[in-house]
Design a protein around this ligand. Structure first.
Ligand SMILES: Nc1nc2c(c(=O)[nH]1)N[C@H]1C(S)=C(S)[C@@H](COP(=O)(O)OP(=O)(O)OC[C@H]3O[C@@H](n4cnc5c(=O)[nH]c(N)nc54)[C@H](O)[C@@H]3O)O[C@H]1N2
Ligand SMILES: Nc1nc2c(c(=O)[nH]1)N[C@H]1C(S)=C(S)[C@@H](COP(=O)(O)OP(=O)(O)OC[C@H]3O[C@@H](n4cnc5c(=O)[nH]c(N)nc54)[C@H](O)[C@@H]3O)O[C@H]1N2
Ligand code: SF4
Ligand SMILES: [Mo]
Length: 747
């Protein structure tokens, strides 16, 4: 262990594993699957047969302080579900879509998959194989390393406009040189009591509902903790939520118009001289240009665009700007508008011109225990292969943040073979037809033509049933060891194996074994524990040591920009071409984009295609998260399913009356592109009768596998095109125009 203690550690009362009342208790992190972005501190209880019987929150863990949500509390039901995949299987590619699987051994699976991948590489080049993943589960590093060590630069999300998190990451990196989150004291082991910490006076929650989603390293309970300490919340959401109900100001926004709101608030803050002159003069580039730009967005006009009463826009802008320290936590609803980068730029500018940067209770750069994220193994690709990454030439901003392909270009290239043909796909943690893919038919039609597809999952899914030739059974988190050091505010934690199910292997074991076969130099470790120890070598702890002391918190400093801690040259300032926060963005200008923030009407939409309103009168937002489901997961877990048995569309009472539909009716939700089946919930939660909101990611595990578990009838993304924003980021998953009509008998 290193002499110099660089990490703050919890003083644990007990070792990482101990006995209690006849059960073995194992402390560790809950990251993942089943899906979640966070990895709270958990205590896993196993009986004398090594069976997981109970999960509790770890009170000693500063991150969640003992709190857990229903998906972790119900974990044993997931782990021991009869629906789990428990051994590898294969199927003749001619039988894709048919439930005709043959059990094989792991050795056979590895041998045959290796042979196919080697063959594709020899015949068409490694770039002809896509390595696709879903969200936020502990997988990015292993799958990117597998892709890159094999020689394919084509790793990423099959999500139009990469419209989740990546826009935020790339947008913030390209304009500020860093990523930013609200300071909820998450970086301190003693949390709110840390002497250097001050709570935000105001927090804006915009298109993010952290109590349910706990997304991107941000734990929802922190908002409640801070409200108890006096923080005021401004909630921007078309729906009334529990937090919205307790907010100081609730802004009921029309989906897809957040950029306009932010520009309108900037207009108030600048024109009423409420910004931080000192910070702007010293650290912001492009303020004068911004000042000119926001004159196009007077609050009265913004009110017409956003459907938010104008006085509320003034109130929110003033409340935010007048706070001594304040922050904005925004979410995927912003990524999921087509022109997402200018929206992000406008939202971030609110925090930047008010000086809410790198100081207590404002926006902070999450600490990093190590830089590792999506970059584990980036050096393995040759320059020649790197240049073949799909979409990077067309969309240069893709080079900021994660090294992923651009999904809409991937879609086109699968269809056209231009500039080179795609022949295979490795799909690990993604149920693309139910979830990631816009226009799932289009993805299906292109993917079904590929020569070779592997799925790695916990369960049989519509995507694997439709497309895969091999399926490998993955382990859930209590079935494996692991490291939690990436994604969001960083602390070193371990995932600790307590049980086994069938022949399931962890994703890390699977990728280590396959990686070693394809490129032994890139995977030199004897086992996953050795691999984990080597990854965290620079912390001075081995995996076993980290397990004992975790969580390990790296020490944290504010005002890094003043101390020369943000730039590689050690000079004060930000890691951008101008050394300042760029509201006028050099990188956007270099990429041929508007360097300043702007709002563009979602299309179709009431502002861009009013002629469609006669036929499609309602604005639809999709995918607001539910407590009991993580995307397309958990439909097959009875107790969790009972919390939401059907795919719901929320409809305002006035709209229900106007369109003749009642609570509990089954309806088709349809736009000019397609339709999906939903059950109506009439509810005043919608704050405007012109807006409705529906679940995403539905399929029915109980339905006929050969009808792909009804995913075609249920996929809300039938209504969503593959259509990214100008930067290659952003897509309209959360705003379209629809009509609702009753499902006929027998449909
Ligand atoms: N209309 C609409 N569509 C959306 C959204 C929306 O809001 N509206 N949200 C979008 C967003 S933000 C995202 S990120 C995507 C998410 O899309 P995905 O992440 O692709 O989500 P899932 O469809 O749940 O696919 C995940 C699969 O991984 C499996 N799995 C879970 N844990 C593990 C594990 O540890 N190992 C392995 N090998 N498999 C595992 C699950 O069983 C599941 O089948 O969906 C997007 N789709
Ligand atoms: N339980 C659970 N947790 C999850 C997931 C899950 O599937 N289930 N998915 C994970 C993933 S990958 C992600 S990306 C995150 C996403 O989590 P969040 O970023 O919180 O996003 P959502 O839940 O999609 O939407 C948050 C709120 O935005 C509102 N909203 C909808 N449209 C708009 C709009 O146009 N503007 C504004 N301002 N608000 C709007 C919705 O009503 C909702 O209350 O959650 C993660 N956590
Ligand atoms: S946020 Fe909820 S589901 Fe995720 S790890 Fe924490 S308790 Fe589990
Ligand atoms: Mo996401």
């Amino acid at each position: 262990m290193s002499e110099q203690r660089k990490y703050d550690l919890v003083e644990h009362a007990k070792p990482w594993r101990y006995e209690e009342d006849g059960l073995t208790v194992t402390r560790g992190s809950a990251w993942t699957g089943p899906g979640c972005h966070l990895g709270c501190g958990v205590k896993l209880y196993t009986d004398s047969d090594g069976k997981l019987v109970k999960v509790e929150g770890d009170e000693e863990n500063p991150f969640n302080k003992g709190r857990l949500c229903v998906r972790c509390l119900d974990l044993p039901e997931v782990v021991y579900s009869e629906k789990r995949l428990t051994y590898p299987m294969k199927r003749d590619p001619k039988d894709r879509g048919k439930n005709k699987w043959q059990r094989i051994t792991w050795d056979e699976a590895f041998d045959e998959i290796e042979a196919h991948l080697v063959d594709l590489k020899e015949r068409y080049g490694a770039e002809s194989v896509l390595f696709l993943q879903g969200t936020g589960r502990d997988i990015a590093s292993w799958i990117s390393r597998l892709a890159w060590s094999y020689g394919s630069p084509n790793y990423g999300f099959p999500l139009s406009g990469l419209a989740c998190y990546l826009p935020r990451v790339s947008g913030m990196y390209s304009t500020t040189g860093a990523f930013w989150v609200c300071d909820c004291s998450q970086q301190f082991i003693d949390r709110y009591d840390n002497p250097n910490y001050t709570a935000p006076e105001v927090m804006i929650l915009l298109g993010n509902y952290p109590l349910i989603s706990n997304s991107d390293g941000f734990y929802g309970h922190w908002v409640v903790d801070l409200m108890k300490r006096g923080m005021k919340v401004i909630c921007v959401d078309p729906r009334m939520t529990w937090l919205g109900n307790k907010a100081a100001i609730q802004l009921p926004i029309r989906p897809g118009t957040d950029a306009a709101l932010a520009l309108g608030m900037l207009n108030v803050i600048i024109n009423e001289d409420l910004f931080d002159h000192d910070f702007v003069d010293r650290w912001v580039y492009g303020f004068d240009e911004l000042k000119e730009r926001v004159q196009d967005y007077p609050p009265e006009k913004v009110s017409e665009i956003t459907w938010i009463p104008v006085e509320k826009i003034y109130d929110a802008a003033r409340m935010f700007a007048n706070a001594s320290q304040a922050c904005i936590q925004w979410g995927v609803a912003v990524d999921m508008t087509k022109e997402t980068l200018p929206a992000i730029q406008a939202i971030a500018a609110l925090t930047q011109i008010t000086g809410n940067i790198d100081k207590p209770g404002a926006m902070i750069i999450p600490p990093e225990i190590l830089f590792y994220g999506g970059g584990f193994g980036a050096d393995l690709l040759t320059e020649e292969q790197t240049e073949k990454r799909i979409g990077v030439k067309k969309y240069p901003l893709l080079k900021f943040g994660f090294a992923t392909l651009q999904a809409d270009e991937m879609m086109k290239q699968m269809e056209t073979g231009d500039p080179y043909e795609i022949h295979g796909a490795w799909m690990q943690t993604t149920n693309t037809l139910a979830c990631m893919g816009a226009d799932p038919d289009r993805f299906y039609n292109a993917a079904v033509k590929l020569d070779f597809i592997v799925g790695v999952d916990l369960f049989m899914t519509p995507t694997i049933m439709a497309l895969a030739d091999y399926v490998l059974p993955a382990a859930t988190y209590p079935e494996r060891d692991g490291l939690r050091i990436g994604d969001g505010p960083q602390r070193g934690e371990t995932i600790n194996k307590v049980c086994s199910v069938g022949e399931c292997k962890s994703d890390m074991e699977i990728n280590l074994e396959l990686g070693r076969r394809l490129n032994p130099d890139a995977w030199p470790w004897a086992d996953v524990k050795e691999m984990f120890s080597s990854i965290i070598a620079e912390t001075g702890y081995s995996f076993d040591e980290m397990r004992e002391i975790a969580p390990a918190y790296p020490q944290y400093t504010y005002k890094k920009y003043e101390k020369g801690l943000l730039r590689p040259d050690g000079e004060p300032g930000f890691n951008t071409p101008t050394g300042r926060i760029e509201i006028w963005s050099t990188q956007y200008a270099n990429a041929g984009l508007d360097p300043l923030p702007y709002f563009e009407e979602p299309e179709p939409g009431p502002g861009s295609t009013p002629e469609l309103l006669d036929e499609y009168p309602l604005v639809l937002t999709t995918g607001a998260r539910n407590w009991n489901m993580f995307h397309s997961e958990h439909r097959n877990i009875p107790r969790l399913r009972a919390m939401r048995p059907d795919p719901i569309i929320e409809v305002h009472p006035e709209a229900a009356e106007k369109y003749g539909i009642a609570d509990g009716d089954w309806v088709w939700v349809e736009n000019q592109r397609g339709r999906a089946k939903r059950r109506v919930k009439v509810t005043p939660v919608l704050l405007d009768p012109r807006i409705c909101s529906t679940d995403h990611a539905w399929w029915l595990p109980e339905a006929d596998p050969e009808n792909l578990f009804d995913v075609r009838e249920l996929a809300i993304n039938n209504l969503v095109p593959w259509q990214p924003g100008k930067s290659g980021f952003g897509s309209n998953y959360k705003c379209s125009l629809v009509k609702l009509y009753k499902v006929e008998e027998g449909e």
